[in-house]
Design a protein around this ligand. Structure first.
Ligand code: PPE
Length: 310
């Protein structure tokens, strides 16, 4: 990753190299943390964070599921994100807030461990490679099941859940595919290791419902709204793997990924289709501030005079 000047840590901006924790922190041993992935874009109105408040509200919801009390409100965290972006002076960045149980007692139970909160911001290009956006990616159904609602609820974007994602993505990459597709314990399509998934069939969009215990993706929600505004019907419905094989189009969405066409699933060619490309363009225009239509989702950052000069 490309370091930037500052990291926001527990309410203060510290130098990148000084944002450290002890090896005995609870979050490192047990994956007891929650995080967010947010993008800030260089728009004509200045750097703008896409749906920042919704991301920070989701962070609070994630914490609640883990019995964790965040010591900062959504407004305080929003201020922190703005301050960090202004201090680092780079308009186009990925923003990664993380909160975790810190140093104190070891042992699974959290016995008064303090909750540490940090926000990192750094430039991050296309999640699945530059070509993914135009040529599409190949995906493989994972042999690893998605964690279920009574295993670890994925309404929480909890760090520990991502071991499940890491196994799936590593398996897929080692087998020569770009990304994994994860199924629930009873065989329904859930999501990607770091993306939500859509299929297009007969001009209708279908995506797994939130009751699949998938992450309530903010890009998923944005794409549903954009697609409906563009006149498409969107159904939240159960999908099985053959729905992917026989779809007209399949695509994955997420903050890091944005909108990536899936051109093949389990070696069945699907190709890159026009609906995916239309939504990809609408999403790119929205986040980059080129379209007024959904501009209410942009949270413009005031760059400090010193950062603007740098
Ligand atoms: N599902 C999962 C499992 C997931 O991790 C993400 C985000 C999404 C769906 C899409 O959610 P949203 O970003 O709100 O649209 N994955 C993050 C990257 C994971 C990683 O660090 O790697 C992201 O896109 O920021």
């Amino acid at each position: 990753m490309q370091p930037t000047a500052k990291i926001w840590m527990n309410g203060e901006l510290v130098d990148w190299d000084d944002a450290k924790v002890h090896v005995a922190v609870h979050g490192l041993h047990y994956g007891s943390g929650v995080f967010e992935g947010i993008r800030c874009y260089d728009t004509p109105r200045g750097p703008a964070v896409f749906r920042l408040r919704e991301h920070l509200e989701r962070l609070h919801n994630s914490a609640k599921v883990l019995y964790m009390e965040l010591p900062f409100t959504v407004d305080e965290l929003r201020r922190g994100v703005h301050d960090l972006i202004a201090a680092n002076g780079i308009p186009s960045v990925y923003v990664r807030p993380i909160a975790f149980y810190g140093y104190g007692e070891l042992g699974v139970a959290t016995a008064g461990n303090p909750v540490e909160v940090a926000v990192i911001s750094f430039p991050w290009g296309a999640y699945l490679g530059e070509e993914s956006q135009t040529k599409g990616i190949t995906a493989k159904t994972s042999s690893w099941e998605r964690v279920g609602p009574n295993v670890i609820p994925h309404v929480a974007k909890a760090t520990g859940i991502y071991l499940n994602s890491m196994l799936a993505t590593t398996e897929a990459r080692r087998a020569g595919y770009d990304e994994a597709i994860m199924l629930s314990h009873d065989g329904y399509v859930a999501d990607g290791p770091g993306e939500n998934i859509f299929v297009v069939k007969g001009g209708v969009l279908r995506t797994p419902p939130l009751a699949m215990s998938i992450l309530p993706g903010i890009t998923r929600d944005s794409i549903i709204q954009i697609a409906q505004d563009l006149g498409y019907r969107v159904e939240e419905s159960l999908l099985i793997r053959t729905d992917l094989y026989l779809a007209d189009e399949v695509f994955m969405v997420g903050t890091a990924t944005e909108v990536a066409p899936v051109r093949a699933v389990d070696d069945r060619e699907i190709g890159v289709g026009p609906v995916t490309l239309e939504l990809q363009r609408a999403y790119a225009d929205t986040v980059n501030g080129r379209s007024e239509r959904w501009s209410q989702w942009l949270d413009v950052v005031e760059m400090s005079p010193s950062a603007a000069e740098a």
